[in-house]
Design a protein around this ligand. Structure first.
Ligand SMILES: [Zn+2]
Length: 253
């Protein structure tokens, strides 16, 4: 085959998606990425169980703007120190947290399960993207999720509360490894004012019915800490999704 014919055939295969088709190992969710042929705009095509990523009307993240000021009850944080186990799941760095820490919101207790990071931030607040965003994932007894999101911005010094995590980031996909004890409360900003809306997981299967609580105050980490994460995940943020008819509220306090 002449070279130009071979190139034409190869291009055709790439365009048709043949060359990127990947067998999914049994028991593992279908593969997805943040860029290319398995990127966010194609998630819903990768597997039937990812359909909501394309057709859902309550998706996350969103562009947080024009929030309605409301008298909302505070988020009741009841975080305790916990042993941490850290892993790289191929999409982010996740820290698993022991049972016994929770938030109360809307009359429901949600237990902190894990927290993980995105670079850059997934939510955009009043037109501003942040260097990173941390998601504290909680679940209540009925199985519903509440995620507390905190923007991480570049400050002048290493953030010592985050150091045990940023010093132990697994560069490759890994099983959980113990990295000592932390109190997740130390990772939060001093203020607890927030935006809230109902959305989804920001990764496949993009399940909806997630209560999002985005703290308005950011936390500073150093350029070196951001760079340590970015060296492993250059980009692991889903683009913002339309708000549609949902309410976006900001607490009045
Ligand atoms: Zn997340």
């Amino acid at each position: 085959m002449k070279l130009h014919v071979m190139i034409a055939v190869l291009c055709l295969l790439l365009v048709s998606g043949w060359a990127v088709a990947e067998e999914t190992p049994i028991g593992e969710p279908p593969h997805w990425t943040y860029e290319g042929a398995e990127g966010p705009e194609f998630w819903s095509n990768l597997a039937p169980e990812y359909e909501l990523c394309g057709v859902g009307h309550s998706q996350s993240p969103i562009d947080v703007k024009d929030a309605q000021l409301s008298d909302l009850k505070d988020i009741g944080f009841a975080y305790q120190p916990s042993a941490m186990s850290i892993l790289n799941n191929g999409h982010t760095i996740q820290v698993n947290y022991d049972a016994g820490s929770s938030i109360t919101y809307g009359g429901s207790d949600y237990t902190l399960k894990q927290f993980h990071f995105h670079h850059p931030s997934e939510h955009i607040i009043n037109g501003q993207s942040a260097a990173m965003e941390i998601h504290f994932v909680h679940q209540n007894a009925a199985g519903y999720l509440a995620v507390v999101g905190v923007m991480l911005v570049e400050g002048s010094a290493d953030n010592p509360a985050y150091a045990p995590i940023f010093n132990a980031l697994p560069a490759e996909k890994s099983d959980p490894q113990a990295i000592g004890t932390i109190n997740a409360a130390d990772l939060l900003p001093p203020g607890a004012t927030f935006y809230t809306y109902t959305g989804s997981l920001t990764t496949p299967p993009c399940s909806q019915g997630v209560r999002w609580l985005l703290l308005t105050e950011p936390v500073e980490v150093s350029a070196a800490q951001i760079a340590a994460f970015a060296a492993i995940f250059e980009m692991n943020a889903r683009p913002v999704q339309p708000l549609n008819t949902r309410e976006l509220e900001q607490d009045n306090s």
